[in-house]
Design a protein around this ligand. Structure first.
Ligand SMILES: N[C@@H](CCC(=O)N[C@@H](CS)C(=O)NCC(=O)O)C(=O)O
Length: 290
């Protein structure tokens, strides 16, 4: 409890654009574009517009896994800097009216297909290549169960726990307690499941692992919100083991780098247009060439 005057909601909510917090400058209560900006289009059949957040990394890991497995999944990955409001450009909003990364345009067929929502993108690619998602039967259902679990659960981790623990303008006990409890409950759901499953679903590495790992794997490895100690993530040892197994995959190491505009320059590949970009166009190399 605080000794501040308690907040009493007014009869009608109005927008306070000065409300503070990390995303205050871009969050708005309305949808639609704020400015004209067509999207760039590269040479490959798949055009990805994204950023290396957990939702973005799911998709770049999937592309890199498909390529590593020998599928013809070449893609251009363009950076959308959400901190600068690029998700509200007219071109991006046409592809994803919800103005959130990741968004994909599949140009491999006769007409371009817009795909948004990271889970939908994973399913679209899995079905397009018949990979990382069983074609039918109980194994397919299991993968979709866990994919949908992730899509429904992570907003409590990111928008709930992460927001109040890391991004809100001040630390507030009630929401941090509420969402820390939920984040730990979700980790326990995973831990109990992974105690007797090598992979999340269907008996093999799948889009369910790719969806869950960037959120909960990184959390268990202490990389999300600097909250490893606070949430005692070491207690979830099956999640930690599974997260390490996935982290060791070369395709995951590459996928994590794509559309990353900050951090270690050697780990940033802001745009990806060719497999050789991982060797030749990481930010440290581009900086050195200037
Ligand atoms: N359910 C969506 C969530 C996407 C999402 O929340 N993206 C965030 C980054 S992780 C974003 O673009 N935020 C920009 C904004 O809210 O303006 C998905 O899984 O694709």
């Amino acid at each position: 409890m605080t000794d501040q005057t308690p907040y009493v909601p007014p009869r009608v909510w109005t927008w306070d654009s000065e409300s503070g917090g990390t995303f205050a400058s871009t969050n708005r209560p309305i949808a639609g574009p704020t400015h004209d900006k067509p999207l760039p289009v590269g040479k490959h059949p798949f055009q990805l517009y994204s950023l290396a957040t957990p939702n973005g990394v799911k998709v770049t890991v999937m592309f890199e896994e498909l390529l590593a497995a020998g599928y013809d999944a070449e893609y251009d990955a363009w950076l959308i800097n959400i901190g600068e409001g690029e998700q509200f450009g007219s071109g991006f909003t046409e592809v994803n009216p919800n103005s959130k990364i990741p968004a994909l345009v599949d140009r491999s067929g006769p007409e371009p297909v817009n795909v948004f929502e990271s889970g939908a993108i994973l399913m679209h690619l899995a079905e397009r290549f018949d990979a990382f998602l069983p074609a039918a039967g109980p194994a397919r259902t299991e993968v979709i169960n866990w994919l949908m679990w992730q899509m429904g659960s992570a907003p409590y981790l990111g928008g709930g726990f992460g927001h109040f623990y890391a991004y809100a303008p001040e630390k507030m006990e009630y929401p941090i307690n509420r969402f820390a409890m939920e984040a730990k409950r979700q980790l326990d759901v995973l831990d109990r499941h992974l105690a007797n499953h090598e992979w999340m679903a269907g008996g093999a590495y799948s889009i369910a692992d790719m969806a869950i790992w960037p959120w909960y794997g990184n959390l268990a490895l202490g990389r999300q919100y600097d909250a490893g100690e606070f949430l005692s993530v070491h207690e979830y040892e099956h999640v930690v083991d599974w997260a390490k197994r996935i982290d060791a995959r070369p395709a995951v190491q590459r996928g994590k780098m794509v559309n990353r505009p900050s951090g270690d320059p050697a780990g940033q590949l802001r745009e990806r247009h060719d497999a050789s970009d991982f060797e030749l166009r990481t930010q440290d190399k581009l900086d050195a060439a200037e």
